[in-house]
Design a protein around this ligand. Sequence first.
Ligand code: AMP
Ligand code: MG
Length: 403
Amino acid sequence: MKTFLAVDEARAIIVEAVAPQPVERSPLHQALGRTLAEPVRSRDAIPPFDNSAMDGFAVRTADLAALPARLSIIEEIPAGAAPTRRVEAGTCARIMTGAPVPEGADAVVPVEWTEPGPDGTVVIRQAPAPGQHVRLAGEDVRAGDEMIAAGTVVTPPAIGMMATLGYAEVAVRVPPRVAVIATGDELVDVGAALGPGQIRDSNAPALAAQVRTAGGDPLPPLRARDDARHIRSVIEQALAADVLLFSGGVSVGDYDLVKQVLDDLGMELLFWKVRQRPGKPLAFGRLGGKPVFGLPGNPVSSAVCFEQYVRPALATMLGRTEILRPRHPAVLDAPLDKKAGLHHFIRGIAAFGEDGRLHVRHTGPQGSNLYSSVLQANCIIHAPEPWEDPPAGTVVEIEWLTW
Ligand code: AMP
Ligand code: MG
Protein backbone atom coordinates (compact mmCIF):
# COMPACT_ATOMS: atom_id res chain seq x y z
CA MET A 1 0.00 0.00 0.00
CA LYS A 2 1.27 3.43 -0.91
CA THR A 3 0.66 6.49 1.16
CA PHE A 4 0.88 10.25 0.90
CA LEU A 5 1.00 10.22 -2.89
CA ALA A 6 1.10 13.10 -5.32
CA VAL A 7 -2.22 13.92 -6.98
CA ASP A 8 -1.10 12.63 -10.39
CA GLU A 9 0.30 9.39 -8.95
CA ALA A 10 -2.96 8.71 -7.15
CA ARG A 11 -5.00 9.34 -10.29
CA ALA A 12 -2.69 7.14 -12.36
CA ILE A 13 -3.14 4.24 -9.92
CA ILE A 14 -6.92 4.59 -10.11
CA VAL A 15 -7.09 4.79 -13.89
CA GLU A 16 -4.78 1.77 -14.13
CA ALA A 17 -6.94 -0.25 -11.71
CA VAL A 18 -10.26 0.03 -13.56
CA ALA A 19 -11.40 -1.92 -16.62
CA PRO A 20 -13.69 -0.99 -19.51
CA GLN A 21 -17.37 -1.77 -19.15
CA PRO A 22 -19.17 -4.24 -21.44
CA VAL A 23 -20.75 -3.01 -24.66
CA GLU A 24 -24.49 -2.88 -25.33
CA ARG A 25 -26.64 -1.56 -28.16
CA SER A 26 -28.81 1.49 -27.62
CA PRO A 27 -31.58 2.82 -29.85
CA LEU A 28 -30.27 6.04 -31.39
CA HIS A 29 -32.94 8.18 -29.73
CA GLN A 30 -31.76 7.05 -26.29
CA ALA A 31 -28.03 7.45 -26.96
CA LEU A 32 -27.58 11.10 -25.91
CA GLY A 33 -24.77 11.33 -23.32
CA ARG A 34 -23.75 7.68 -23.77
CA THR A 35 -20.18 6.79 -24.75
CA LEU A 36 -19.62 5.18 -28.14
CA ALA A 37 -17.93 1.80 -27.96
CA GLU A 38 -17.25 1.59 -31.70
CA PRO A 39 -16.37 4.18 -34.31
CA VAL A 40 -19.16 5.50 -36.50
CA ARG A 41 -18.34 5.07 -40.19
CA SER A 42 -20.25 6.26 -43.21
CA ARG A 43 -21.49 3.44 -45.37
CA ASP A 44 -22.64 5.83 -48.10
CA ALA A 45 -21.73 9.26 -49.38
CA ILE A 46 -23.71 12.19 -47.96
CA PRO A 47 -25.50 13.65 -49.78
CA PRO A 48 -26.12 10.38 -51.64
CA PHE A 49 -26.81 12.17 -54.96
CA ASP A 50 -26.16 15.56 -56.60
CA ASN A 51 -29.09 17.74 -55.58
CA SER A 52 -30.36 21.26 -55.84
CA ALA A 53 -29.54 23.90 -53.19
CA MET A 54 -32.36 26.14 -54.44
CA ASP A 55 -35.91 26.16 -55.70
CA GLY A 56 -35.43 27.04 -59.39
CA PHE A 57 -34.45 25.49 -62.72
CA ALA A 58 -31.83 22.87 -63.53
CA VAL A 59 -30.07 24.15 -66.65
CA ARG A 60 -27.14 23.68 -69.02
CA THR A 61 -24.98 26.80 -68.48
CA ALA A 62 -23.90 26.53 -72.16
CA ASP A 63 -27.48 27.57 -73.06
CA LEU A 64 -27.14 30.86 -71.14
CA ALA A 65 -24.34 32.57 -73.10
CA ALA A 66 -26.79 35.27 -74.20
CA LEU A 67 -29.30 36.69 -71.69
CA PRO A 68 -32.21 36.79 -71.27
CA ALA A 69 -32.61 33.21 -72.51
CA ARG A 70 -35.84 31.29 -72.98
CA LEU A 71 -35.83 27.57 -72.13
CA SER A 72 -38.64 25.05 -72.38
CA ILE A 73 -39.49 23.22 -69.15
CA ILE A 74 -39.43 19.42 -69.65
CA GLU A 75 -40.58 18.34 -66.19
CA GLU A 76 -40.86 19.25 -62.53
CA ILE A 77 -38.70 17.49 -59.94
CA PRO A 78 -39.90 17.88 -56.34
CA ALA A 79 -37.77 16.73 -53.38
CA GLY A 80 -38.16 12.99 -52.98
CA ALA A 81 -38.74 12.39 -56.72
CA ALA A 82 -36.36 11.06 -59.35
CA PRO A 83 -35.79 12.88 -62.68
CA THR A 84 -37.13 10.96 -65.67
CA ARG A 85 -35.57 12.95 -68.51
CA ARG A 86 -32.21 14.31 -69.54
CA VAL A 87 -31.86 18.10 -69.90
CA GLU A 88 -30.98 18.67 -73.56
CA ALA A 89 -29.95 21.92 -75.31
CA GLY A 90 -32.63 24.60 -75.02
CA THR A 91 -34.46 22.87 -72.17
CA CYS A 92 -34.51 22.88 -68.38
CA ALA A 93 -36.32 21.17 -65.48
CA ARG A 94 -38.16 22.92 -62.69
CA ILE A 95 -36.47 21.68 -59.48
CA MET A 96 -37.00 22.04 -55.74
CA THR A 97 -34.39 22.22 -52.96
CA GLY A 98 -33.04 18.75 -52.18
CA ALA A 99 -34.32 17.16 -55.41
CA PRO A 100 -31.83 15.20 -57.56
CA VAL A 101 -30.23 17.26 -60.34
CA PRO A 102 -31.13 15.62 -63.68
CA GLU A 103 -28.60 14.33 -66.18
CA GLY A 104 -27.39 16.97 -68.62
CA ALA A 105 -27.86 19.90 -66.21
CA ASP A 106 -24.74 21.48 -64.68
CA ALA A 107 -26.23 24.28 -62.53
CA VAL A 108 -29.42 25.53 -60.94
CA VAL A 109 -30.92 28.98 -61.59
CA PRO A 110 -32.76 30.27 -58.49
CA VAL A 111 -36.39 31.09 -59.21
CA GLU A 112 -35.67 34.75 -58.26
CA TRP A 113 -33.47 35.06 -61.41
CA THR A 114 -36.30 34.02 -63.71
CA GLU A 115 -39.76 34.97 -64.91
CA PRO A 116 -42.46 32.82 -66.45
CA GLY A 117 -42.41 32.61 -70.28
CA PRO A 118 -45.18 31.61 -72.73
CA ASP A 119 -46.11 27.99 -73.64
CA GLY A 120 -44.30 26.05 -70.93
CA THR A 121 -41.11 28.12 -71.04
CA VAL A 122 -39.13 30.14 -68.52
CA VAL A 123 -37.08 33.29 -69.12
CA ILE A 124 -33.69 33.31 -67.42
CA ARG A 125 -32.37 36.78 -66.60
CA GLN A 126 -29.14 35.85 -64.78
CA ALA A 127 -26.77 32.90 -65.39
CA PRO A 128 -25.23 30.76 -62.65
CA ALA A 129 -21.61 29.65 -62.88
CA PRO A 130 -21.20 25.97 -63.84
CA GLY A 131 -21.87 23.90 -60.72
CA GLN A 132 -23.54 26.77 -58.87
CA HIS A 133 -26.43 25.84 -56.52
CA VAL A 134 -25.70 22.13 -56.97
CA ARG A 135 -24.81 20.19 -53.83
CA LEU A 136 -22.50 17.40 -54.93
CA ALA A 137 -22.82 13.80 -53.80
CA GLY A 138 -20.30 13.16 -51.01
CA GLU A 139 -19.47 16.81 -50.34
CA ASP A 140 -20.47 16.48 -46.68
CA VAL A 141 -19.37 12.90 -45.97
CA ARG A 142 -17.42 10.49 -48.16
CA ALA A 143 -18.34 6.81 -48.14
CA GLY A 144 -16.11 4.84 -45.76
CA ASP A 145 -14.93 7.79 -43.64
CA GLU A 146 -14.71 7.46 -39.85
CA MET A 147 -17.01 10.24 -38.72
CA ILE A 148 -17.03 9.76 -34.92
CA ALA A 149 -14.34 7.99 -32.91
CA ALA A 150 -14.99 5.29 -30.32
CA GLY A 151 -14.85 6.80 -26.84
CA THR A 152 -16.78 9.93 -27.85
CA VAL A 153 -19.73 11.10 -25.78
CA VAL A 154 -22.86 11.26 -27.93
CA THR A 155 -23.92 14.88 -28.48
CA PRO A 156 -27.00 16.18 -30.34
CA PRO A 157 -24.96 16.68 -33.55
CA ALA A 158 -23.60 13.13 -33.19
CA ILE A 159 -27.22 11.93 -33.05
CA GLY A 160 -27.92 13.93 -36.23
CA MET A 161 -24.91 12.50 -38.03
CA MET A 162 -25.65 8.93 -36.97
CA ALA A 163 -29.25 9.35 -38.13
CA THR A 164 -28.04 10.59 -41.53
CA LEU A 165 -25.74 7.59 -41.78
CA GLY A 166 -28.50 5.10 -40.95
CA TYR A 167 -27.48 4.08 -37.42
CA ALA A 168 -30.81 3.11 -35.87
CA GLU A 169 -28.82 1.55 -33.01
CA VAL A 170 -25.38 2.37 -31.67
CA ALA A 171 -22.82 0.40 -29.66
CA VAL A 172 -22.26 2.09 -26.30
CA ARG A 173 -20.65 1.17 -22.97
CA VAL A 174 -22.87 -0.04 -20.16
CA PRO A 175 -22.83 2.73 -17.50
CA PRO A 176 -20.96 1.61 -14.38
CA ARG A 177 -23.36 1.03 -11.48
CA VAL A 178 -22.11 2.94 -8.47
CA ALA A 179 -23.08 2.27 -4.86
CA VAL A 180 -22.86 5.41 -2.75
CA ILE A 181 -22.55 4.63 0.96
CA ALA A 182 -22.67 7.47 3.45
CA THR A 183 -21.25 6.59 6.85
CA GLY A 184 -21.69 8.38 10.12
CA ASP A 185 -23.89 8.18 13.23
CA GLU A 186 -24.59 11.91 12.94
CA LEU A 187 -26.39 11.58 9.58
CA VAL A 188 -30.14 11.66 9.04
CA ASP A 189 -32.32 11.68 5.91
CA VAL A 190 -32.93 14.91 4.06
CA GLY A 191 -36.58 15.01 5.15
CA ALA A 192 -35.92 14.30 8.84
CA ALA A 193 -35.97 16.83 11.69
CA LEU A 194 -32.52 17.28 13.26
CA GLY A 195 -31.93 15.93 16.76
CA PRO A 196 -29.00 17.03 18.93
CA GLY A 197 -25.68 16.60 17.13
CA GLN A 198 -27.33 15.47 13.91
CA ILE A 199 -26.85 16.78 10.38
CA ARG A 200 -28.54 15.86 7.13
CA ASP A 201 -26.74 13.47 4.84
CA SER A 202 -25.87 15.76 1.95
CA ASN A 203 -22.98 13.78 0.48
CA ALA A 204 -25.00 10.79 -0.65
CA PRO A 205 -27.50 12.77 -2.76
CA ALA A 206 -24.76 15.04 -4.12
CA LEU A 207 -22.47 12.13 -4.98
CA ALA A 208 -25.30 10.22 -6.66
CA ALA A 209 -25.93 13.31 -8.79
CA GLN A 210 -22.21 13.60 -9.58
CA VAL A 211 -22.19 9.93 -10.61
CA ARG A 212 -24.99 10.67 -13.04
CA THR A 213 -23.28 13.69 -14.59
CA ALA A 214 -20.13 11.58 -14.99
CA GLY A 215 -22.01 8.95 -17.03
CA GLY A 216 -22.48 6.42 -14.23
CA ASP A 217 -25.60 4.78 -12.88
CA PRO A 218 -26.04 5.48 -9.15
CA LEU A 219 -27.87 2.83 -7.14
CA PRO A 220 -30.23 4.13 -4.43
CA PRO A 221 -27.88 5.60 -1.79
CA LEU A 222 -27.02 3.47 1.24
CA ARG A 223 -26.24 4.63 4.74
CA ALA A 224 -24.11 2.90 7.37
CA ARG A 225 -23.78 3.66 11.06
CA ASP A 226 -20.37 3.89 12.65
CA ASP A 227 -20.57 0.24 13.58
CA ALA A 228 -18.41 -2.46 12.05
CA ARG A 229 -21.21 -5.05 11.79
CA HIS A 230 -23.58 -2.59 10.18
CA ILE A 231 -20.94 -1.35 7.74
CA ARG A 232 -20.26 -4.95 6.77
CA SER A 233 -23.92 -5.68 6.04
CA VAL A 234 -24.25 -2.51 3.97
CA ILE A 235 -21.15 -3.46 1.98
CA GLU A 236 -22.80 -6.77 1.14
CA GLN A 237 -25.68 -4.86 -0.46
CA ALA A 238 -23.28 -2.49 -2.17
CA LEU A 239 -21.51 -5.37 -3.90
CA ALA A 240 -24.37 -5.43 -6.42
CA ALA A 241 -22.62 -2.39 -7.96
CA ASP A 242 -19.52 -2.14 -10.16
CA VAL A 243 -17.97 0.64 -8.07
CA LEU A 244 -18.19 1.35 -4.33
CA LEU A 245 -18.07 4.93 -3.15
CA PHE A 246 -17.85 5.52 0.59
CA SER A 247 -18.35 8.92 2.09
CA GLY A 248 -16.68 9.30 5.46
CA GLY A 249 -14.94 6.88 7.72
CA VAL A 250 -11.50 6.98 6.11
CA SER A 251 -9.66 9.51 8.28
CA VAL A 252 -7.94 8.67 11.53
CA GLY A 253 -10.77 9.32 13.98
CA ASP A 254 -11.72 6.57 16.43
CA TYR A 255 -14.95 5.85 14.58
CA ASP A 256 -13.38 5.58 11.16
CA LEU A 257 -14.22 1.99 10.70
CA VAL A 258 -14.73 1.71 6.97
CA LYS A 259 -11.10 1.05 6.21
CA GLN A 260 -10.92 -1.52 8.97
CA VAL A 261 -14.02 -3.39 7.75
CA LEU A 262 -12.85 -3.34 4.15
CA ASP A 263 -9.51 -4.67 5.36
CA ASP A 264 -11.25 -7.55 7.14
CA LEU A 265 -13.20 -8.30 3.96
CA GLY A 266 -9.91 -8.63 2.09
CA MET A 267 -9.80 -5.38 0.17
CA GLU A 268 -6.54 -4.70 -1.59
CA LEU A 269 -5.82 -1.15 -0.42
CA LEU A 270 -3.82 0.53 -3.20
CA PHE A 271 -3.29 3.86 -1.48
CA TRP A 272 -4.36 5.95 1.45
CA LYS A 273 -3.74 9.71 1.74
CA VAL A 274 -2.82 12.07 -1.04
CA ARG A 275 -0.76 15.28 -0.83
CA GLN A 276 -3.77 17.49 -1.43
CA ARG A 277 -6.23 19.87 0.15
CA PRO A 278 -9.08 19.22 0.51
CA GLY A 279 -9.27 15.45 0.69
CA LYS A 280 -5.97 14.33 2.18
CA PRO A 281 -7.35 11.05 3.68
CA LEU A 282 -8.64 9.75 0.32
CA ALA A 283 -8.38 5.94 0.13
CA PHE A 284 -8.58 3.67 -2.89
CA GLY A 285 -8.55 -0.08 -3.28
CA ARG A 286 -10.12 -3.11 -4.91
CA LEU A 287 -12.56 -5.53 -3.38
CA GLY A 288 -13.28 -8.61 -5.48
CA GLY A 289 -11.94 -6.69 -8.48
CA LYS A 290 -14.28 -3.75 -7.90
CA PRO A 291 -12.85 -0.28 -7.39
CA VAL A 292 -13.56 1.09 -3.94
CA PHE A 293 -13.18 4.77 -3.10
CA GLY A 294 -13.05 6.01 0.46
CA LEU A 295 -13.92 9.69 0.12
CA PRO A 296 -13.42 11.91 3.13
CA GLY A 297 -16.74 12.90 4.73
CA ASN A 298 -16.30 16.64 4.66
CA PRO A 299 -18.71 17.74 1.95
CA VAL A 300 -16.16 19.82 0.02
CA SER A 301 -13.61 16.99 0.12
CA SER A 302 -16.24 14.54 -1.03
CA ALA A 303 -17.32 16.72 -3.98
CA VAL A 304 -13.78 17.66 -5.03
CA CYS A 305 -12.36 14.14 -4.69
CA PHE A 306 -15.21 12.81 -6.78
CA GLU A 307 -14.41 15.25 -9.58
CA GLN A 308 -10.65 14.68 -9.40
CA TYR A 309 -10.61 10.89 -9.03
CA VAL A 310 -13.97 9.18 -9.42
CA ARG A 311 -14.98 11.03 -12.59
CA PRO A 312 -11.81 9.98 -14.45
CA ALA A 313 -12.29 6.41 -13.19
CA LEU A 314 -15.85 6.29 -14.54
CA ALA A 315 -14.67 7.91 -17.80
CA THR A 316 -12.01 5.20 -18.15
CA MET A 317 -14.58 2.48 -17.49
CA LEU A 318 -16.77 4.07 -20.16
CA GLY A 319 -13.82 3.94 -22.58
CA ARG A 320 -13.89 7.70 -23.05
CA THR A 321 -11.07 9.27 -25.03
CA GLU A 322 -11.11 12.31 -22.72
CA ILE A 323 -10.97 11.36 -19.09
CA LEU A 324 -9.94 14.75 -17.67
CA ARG A 325 -11.63 18.07 -18.08
CA PRO A 326 -9.58 20.50 -20.15
CA ARG A 327 -7.53 23.06 -18.23
CA HIS A 328 -7.01 26.67 -19.19
CA PRO A 329 -4.54 29.36 -18.05
CA ALA A 330 -6.15 32.18 -16.07
CA VAL A 331 -4.86 35.26 -14.26
CA LEU A 332 -5.34 35.28 -10.48
CA ASP A 333 -7.17 38.43 -9.46
CA ALA A 334 -6.71 37.83 -5.73
CA PRO A 335 -3.77 36.18 -3.94
CA LEU A 336 -4.13 32.65 -2.58
CA ASP A 337 -3.34 31.62 0.95
CA LYS A 338 -1.23 28.48 0.60
CA LYS A 339 1.72 26.76 2.20
CA ALA A 340 4.07 24.56 0.17
CA GLY A 341 3.63 20.78 0.38
CA LEU A 342 0.08 20.00 -0.77
CA HIS A 343 -1.69 20.45 -4.10
CA HIS A 344 -4.68 22.72 -3.46
CA PHE A 345 -7.96 22.45 -5.34
CA ILE A 346 -9.35 25.92 -4.78
CA ARG A 347 -12.92 26.69 -5.65
CA GLY A 348 -12.90 29.65 -8.01
CA ILE A 349 -15.04 31.94 -10.10
CA ALA A 350 -13.60 32.60 -13.54
CA ALA A 351 -14.67 34.98 -16.29
CA PHE A 352 -13.12 36.73 -19.26
CA GLY A 353 -11.90 40.25 -18.47
CA GLU A 354 -11.98 43.33 -20.68
CA ASP A 355 -8.38 42.51 -21.62
CA GLY A 356 -9.73 39.38 -23.34
CA ARG A 357 -7.91 37.12 -20.86
CA LEU A 358 -9.44 34.63 -18.49
CA HIS A 359 -9.40 35.88 -14.88
CA VAL A 360 -10.16 33.97 -11.71
CA ARG A 361 -10.63 34.58 -8.01
CA HIS A 362 -11.26 32.20 -5.13
CA THR A 363 -14.77 31.92 -3.71
CA GLY A 364 -13.71 33.03 -0.23
CA PRO A 365 -12.88 30.86 2.80
CA GLN A 366 -11.80 27.41 1.65
CA GLY A 367 -12.57 25.21 4.70
CA SER A 368 -13.46 21.67 3.66
CA ASN A 369 -16.78 21.95 5.51
CA LEU A 370 -17.83 25.11 3.61
CA TYR A 371 -19.97 23.57 0.92
CA SER A 372 -21.30 26.91 -0.33
CA SER A 373 -17.82 27.37 -1.86
CA VAL A 374 -18.60 24.42 -4.15
CA LEU A 375 -22.03 25.78 -4.98
CA GLN A 376 -20.66 29.20 -5.98
CA ALA A 377 -17.66 27.96 -7.92
CA ASN A 378 -17.61 27.62 -11.68
CA CYS A 379 -14.07 26.24 -11.71
CA ILE A 380 -11.32 24.57 -9.73
CA ILE A 381 -8.05 26.49 -9.45
CA HIS A 382 -5.06 24.14 -9.39
CA ALA A 383 -2.32 25.32 -7.04
CA PRO A 384 0.59 22.84 -7.31
CA GLU A 385 2.42 21.43 -4.28
CA PRO A 386 5.45 23.72 -4.24
CA TRP A 387 3.53 27.00 -4.50
CA GLU A 388 3.48 29.33 -1.55
CA ASP A 389 1.04 32.25 -1.30
CA PRO A 390 0.80 32.93 -5.04
CA PRO A 391 0.18 36.69 -5.49
CA ALA A 392 -2.44 38.36 -7.67
CA GLY A 393 -1.28 38.31 -11.28
CA THR A 394 0.01 34.73 -11.11
CA VAL A 395 -1.11 32.64 -14.07
CA VAL A 396 -2.83 29.50 -12.78
CA GLU A 397 -4.55 26.56 -14.41
CA ILE A 398 -8.29 26.31 -14.01
CA GLU A 399 -10.70 23.52 -14.77
CA TRP A 400 -14.28 24.54 -15.54
CA LEU A 401 -16.85 22.79 -13.41
CA THR A 402 -19.30 22.02 -16.17
CA TRP A 403 -21.97 19.86 -14.66
P1 AMP B 1 -15.55 11.81 8.50
O1 AMP B 1 -14.79 11.74 7.21
O2 AMP B 1 -16.50 10.68 8.67
O3 AMP B 1 -14.60 11.99 9.65
O4 AMP B 1 -16.43 13.12 8.42
C1 AMP B 1 -15.84 14.40 8.34
C2 AMP B 1 -16.90 15.49 8.44
O5 AMP B 1 -17.82 15.37 7.37
C3 AMP B 1 -17.74 15.43 9.68
O6 AMP B 1 -18.00 16.77 10.11
C4 AMP B 1 -19.01 14.77 9.25
O7 AMP B 1 -20.11 15.12 10.03
C5 AMP B 1 -19.17 15.28 7.84
N1 AMP B 1 -19.89 14.33 7.01
C6 AMP B 1 -19.60 13.01 6.91
N2 AMP B 1 -20.45 12.40 6.10
C7 AMP B 1 -21.33 13.33 5.67
C8 AMP B 1 -22.45 13.31 4.80
N3 AMP B 1 -22.83 12.17 4.21
N4 AMP B 1 -23.12 14.46 4.59
C9 AMP B 1 -22.70 15.60 5.18
N5 AMP B 1 -21.65 15.69 5.99
C10 AMP B 1 -20.97 14.57 6.26
MG1 MG C 1 -17.69 9.92 10.06
